[in-house]
Design a protein around this ligand. Structure first.
Ligand SMILES: *[C@@H]1O[C@H](CO)[C@@H](O)[C@H](O)[C@H]1NC(C)=O
Length: 158
């Protein structure tokens, strides 16, 4: 008797989990915003300032979240969590970087720091980025891959 109950409940779970995921994805898609955020998986995005001459300011957002403004000195890092919807999601976090102490030295650069389609298969749990004047580099174990900054037209209002 006990056995039967166990079997029923485990088959219920097998049925329930995909259904729950479907509902969550549907909620996310129809409302265009994330509800029940605790259920969604997240990637930790780590951004380190690799510009020895200068601290850097950074400000990252996705369409529903704003990570705020942060300042990182040379060698330091800032970390935030980027939520995504498995398989169907199109999570996109974009950042503005700023450096240069005085107005006339000031530099602004833009980059899409987490793009679900581009990044999730490369760094499914932690994405490590290193910020250089010439562009951001993603660090994977012993190698790194550098990207160009977004062009100015892709500034996306950060
Ligand atoms: C960090 O900066 C140094 C000096 O410019 C450079 O040689 C190195 O490739 C950079 N590393 C990464 C991961 O961006």
């Amino acid at each position: 008797m006990y056995y039967t109950t166990m079997m029923v409940s485990s088959s219920k779970i097998v049925f329930f989990v995909p259904m729950l995921l479907t509902i969550l994805v549907a909620l996310q898609v129809t409302n265009g915003e994330y509800k029940y955020e605790a259920f969604f998986p997240k990637v930790e995005v780590v951004i380190r300032n690799n510009m020895s001459g200068t601290p850097a300011g950074l400000h990252c957002k996705d369409k529903d979240h704003d990570d705020g403004f942060h300042r990182i000195d040379y060698g330091e890092a800032h970390t935030f969590s980027a939520m995504y919807v498995p398989l169907l999601g199109r999570a996109l976090w974009f950042c503005r970087f700023k450096w240069g102490e005085f107005e006339f030295q000031r530099q602004y650069r833009y980059f899409d720091i987490f793009v679900q389609k581009r990044d999730l298969h490369i760094c499914p749990a932690h994405c490590y980025w290193s910020i250089n004047e010439y562009g951001p580099c993603r660090i994977c174990e012993t190698t790194f891959e550098c990207y160009p900054w977004n062009d100015e037209n892709n500034a996306l209002n950060v």
